[in-house]
Design a protein. Sequence first.
Length: 220
Amino acid sequence: MPFSYVIEHMEEDEETPKSIPKWVELEYMHMRTFAGPGSTVRFTHVSSSSSSTLSSLFAQGAGAGAGPQAEAYAHQKSVLQLMEEKGVPLEKVCLLDPRAETELSPEDGDGRFEWFLFGGILGDDPPRDRTGELRVLGFPGRHLGPVQMTTDTALGVTKIVVQDKKTLSEIPFLDNPTIVFNHRESVDMPFRYISDGEGPIMPPGMREHLHEDLNKSFEF
């Protein structure tokens, strides 16, 4: 059964025409591929400018080779406001919380929950407890293991567990990979990723973006 995945945007947007950083755009677009067709990805509590940017990106699609995708929507409303509008009760929303006592399991996809909620942005190093702002609202919580993930990876892992019915121990992970661009340039990524057997599964365009950022850091 496809689910709805909700990312409560917790970054402080700058009110500019293009307020979402490129790496966030890439991760957010990648979530649609991870969630897959039939599912829905909703981004809540985004600013007016970010909502326009995301809506435009979603209308364009993810480009050639992206494969089937989930529907995606950007909302200026908070997740609580959207839940009220859609008639979704609190107990049907699972908060992916690193501090939750219970690990996410395939059984959590058997009707117990309808929505899976993430406090974005998860990819802080070191981690900041942004999820705490949602935890206090009383959502039932589940964790995805002890290692910090990027937001798109966390969504992908959740989908694999609750929809594809695999346990966390069955998912091939790669922790803190080094992305090598050439014999002189590389960057260490301080997160857990899903492995495709050869390296971390990252958003299309992310490696190129990281390389560009690395080159900019050497410009004086």
